[in-house]
Design a protein around this ligand. Structure first.
Ligand code: SF4
Length: 452
């Protein structure tokens, strides 16, 4: 009888960039003769890909690891591999205090996954530690470029790894190393494979997507990359996520305007609006851009959707800084906004700054800021009723089988709201459909399919 393949299940935590790392490992495993498990319960080996951006993310990672260890006590043959930012950040300290974890993989060592799975499934007692460096320098191309963990409608392409900025609150450059870009040819090759698999939307991601190509010193940059992907041709969407507020934005927006596939969508985490706080965050160079981005973006692309993220409770933040941010958000009218609260991260300049505002106070301000944003969103959504649009149908509602789930150019996967569509029976998923907006449902839009 043929021996069944060893199965590996992934639990992915954190951001889409981590998801891509899981796809890289999964592709490697498939190529080396392993199979993917539908869930950790049924997997011979569970890989937990951790996040360590802020304290909440770390706590979630530890909780998930503890759950898998619990599962291992029920199924003693099951193996656990931990990888991602938490492993990379704490290295040997993390491994030493977690004897129940069978293997650790560093960020530069992801392609070692098959070798490690082979070792832990053949030697039942050995803990493997495969973290080759404290300063990652690699950026991986997926082994199976068409493999997508995000379903069959959209895919992420990680175009670069690491970050060369040094925002005072952020541990990412310490964990993931300096920015390094993939080549345009490699990314276009991946995009072609993804589109051949029927995916309809490509999302370009990295820690700082605007910085793409700077390190290659061959003239590559984000506008050139966008054009090269657009030149593949065909009916698909191209979205850019995680931009940094800097001088190349104008050209990026103009490029979005030129390319038929580009979503008119700008994801631009400003973090704060007050110059003193931006300076303290070591984001001084963004001050003039933060001020002018909303107006500049709408001047170049009047139909653009703007998304941002704000960080509250940074050391030294006072009521006047919050008032400034509230005024800015009210005036700027972003379509989507996320916020998070400062977490003092070891190894970052902000860790020792002290003068951290009280969490209670910061939570109160966060609530006020999100209330304000909710009003803005409600008004914006209301104004869409009666408008026509072309959206990407991505799935069917489980509760209401006659309702389809779709996303417009202004709705990015995973982070934004969606559009519920009725009357789309004639469309095969995933595909585009012309709709007219008829209602809103909290943060979401409701639409009916247009029959010409
Ligand atoms: S741009 Fe700043 S916040 Fe973003 S990953 Fe780089 S250092 Fe962190």
């Amino acid at each position: 009888m043929m021996k069944e393949k060893i199965t590996v299940g992934f639990i992915n935590l954190g951001c889409a960039k981590n998801l891509v790392d899981s796809e890289v490992m999964a592709g490697q495993l498939i190529q080396d003769g392993y199979a993917l498990a539908a869930s950790p319960d049924t997997a011979d080996v569970v890989v937990v890909n951790t996040c360590s951006f802020i304290r909440d993310a770390r706590e979630e990672s530890f909780e998930v690891i503890a759950e898998v260890i619990e599962l291992k006590s029920e199924f003693p043959d099951k193996k656990l591999i931990v990888t991602g930012c938490l492993t990379q950040r704490y290295q040997k300290d993390f491994a030493d205090v977690n004897p129940d974890i069978d293997a650790f993989i560093g960020l530069d060592d992801l392609p070692m996954i098959s070798k490690i799975v082979a070792e832990i499934t053949s030697d039942t007692n050995k803990q493997i530690y495969e973290i080759s460096t404290e300063n990652p320098t690699k950026v991986f191309e997926p082994t199976l470029p068409g493999l997508s963990f995000s379903g069959n409608s959209f895919s992420y392409i990680k175009i670069a790894e690491g970050c060369t900025h040094r925002c005072a609150f952020c541990a990412i450059p310490n964990i993931r190393g300096k920015h390094r870009s993939r080549t345009i040819d490699s990314i276009v090759g991946e995009a072609e494979a993804i589109l051949e698999n029927g995916i309809k939307e490509i999302n370009l991601i990295s820690q700082d997507t605007t910085f793409y190509g700077n390190d290659l010193k061959d003239g590559s940059d984000l506008p050139k990359l966008m054009r090269a992907i657009s030149n593949i041709g065909g009916d698909f969407k191209l979205r850019v996520l995680y931009c940094y507020p800097d001088k190349q934005l104008e050209e990026i927006l103009e490029t979005m305007g030129e390319l038929p596939q580009a979503c008119h969508y700008l994801d631009i985490p400003i973090q704060h609006s007050h110059p003193e706080i931006l300076e303290a965050m070591d984001r001084k160079q963004t001050i003039e851009f933060v001020e002018k981005i909303p107006e500049m973006a709408r001047k170049i692309l009047p139909d653009i959707t703007l998304r941002t993220t704000c960080l509250l409770g940074f050391p030294g933040e006072r009521k006047e800084h919050i008032d400034h941010l509230m005024d800015y958000i009210e005036k700027s009218r972003f379509d989507h906004m996320g916020s998070f609260i400062f977490s003092a991260e070891e190894g970052t300049p902000a860790y020792d700054m002290g003068n951290v505002p009280s969490v209670k106070e910061t939570l109160k301000y966060q609530e006020q800021l999100m209330q304000l944003q909710m009003q803005i969103v409600a008004e914006k959504l209301e104004s869409k009723i009666g408008q026509k649009d072309r959206v990407l149908l991505v799935g069917r509602s489980i509760e209401e089988p006659d309702v389809w789930i779709a996303r417009s150019d202004g709705q990015a996967p995973d982070v934004d709201s969606c559009t519920y569509v009725v009357g789309a029976e004639h469309i095969k998923l995933p595909d585009f459909i012309e709709v007219e907006y008829t209602d809103i449902a909290e943060y979401d839009l409701v639409a009916k399919a247009r029959v010409e």
